[in-house]
Design a protein around this ligand. Structure first.
Ligand code: ADP
Ligand code: MG
Length: 233
């Protein structure tokens, strides 16, 4: 079996805007190996979020194929896709996207509800995950009682809770001050060191330096794909 967790061939994504067809992704080929740590960069509007949404099975391509762990996701039903999103993909958003009036513990445990786990199992696992992201003392806090960095830690915990195949993060430090952003990147470094496959979008070079591979998009195509020489994987 291939050790590619992601195998993308000739992905095209067009959007219809009235009569006009906007070509956003113009033929992307991309292989991501298990354990890769990738920064996706490129100018605003170059298609980074569109590509991340496709990788996260939040959207489907106009043309081309996407295999996740060898499974062609374009052949799956909506129910199967929802299941993949919940169990194989951990998505972290710039704006955290937590449920308000819901504790950190219940926010983190939510993907386990969808996965049909018992309350006992959910609470044990969510507790373990919150401790691992440094929030062992904030489990009963709701989002509005947490700082931005703490909210993003909750979101990272939620992304990790079902042990997904890939962690996708679209500008995870974009709403944080630079000191907090560095702390969140230390958390992504740890998640990667634990064996996870991580792809994150950033437009900051210092953030991208945490990754082992930097892919730059421009105008809907991959312009460069460079592996950091210090990492021999
Ligand atoms: P980035 O994340 O790199 O800033 P995006 O992927 O968000 O870029 O957007 C790339 C281009 O695609 C932009 O020009 C944007 O306006 C367009 N686009 C994204 N989503 C849609 C949509 N749902 N409908 C129409 N155009 C879209
Ligand atoms: Mg974007």
């Amino acid at each position: 079996m291939s050790d590619n967790v992601i195998d993308v061939r000739g992905i095209v994504r067009n959007f219809k805007l009235g009569q006009e067809v906007v070509k956003v992704l113009k033929g992307i080929d991309l292989e991501i190996k298990r354990g890769d740590y990738v920064a996706l960069m490129g100018p605003s509007g170059s298609g980074k979020s569109t590509l991340m949404n496709l990788l996260g099975c939040l959207d489907t391509p106009t043309a081309g194929s996407y295999k996740l762990n060898g499974t062609d996701v374009s052949s799956l039903s909506d129910d199967q896709l929802a299941d993949i999103r919940n169990t194989e993909i951990g998505f972290v958003f710039q704006t955290f996207n937590l449920l308000p009036r819901t504790t950190a513990l219940d926010n983190v445990a939510l993907p386990m509800v969808y996965a049909g786990k018992s309350k006992k199992e959910r609470n044990a696992r969510a507790t373990e995950v919150l401790e691992s992201v440094g929030l062992g003392d904030r489990m009963d806090h709701q989002p509005n009682q947490l700082s931005g960095g703490q909210r993003q830690r909750v979101a990272v915990g939620r992304a990790l809770v079902n042990n997904p195949s890939i962690i996708l993060a679209d500008e995870p430090t974009g709403n944080l001050d630079s000191k907090t952003g560095v702390e969140i990147m230390a958390l992504f470094d740890k998640i990667h060191a634990d064996g996870n496959t991580v792809i994150l979008v950033t437009h900051e070079e210092e953030i991208a330096e945490h990754a082992h591979r930097v892919i730059r998009l421009r105008d809907g195509v991959i312009e460069t794909d460079i592996r950091n020489k210090e990492w021999k994987d």
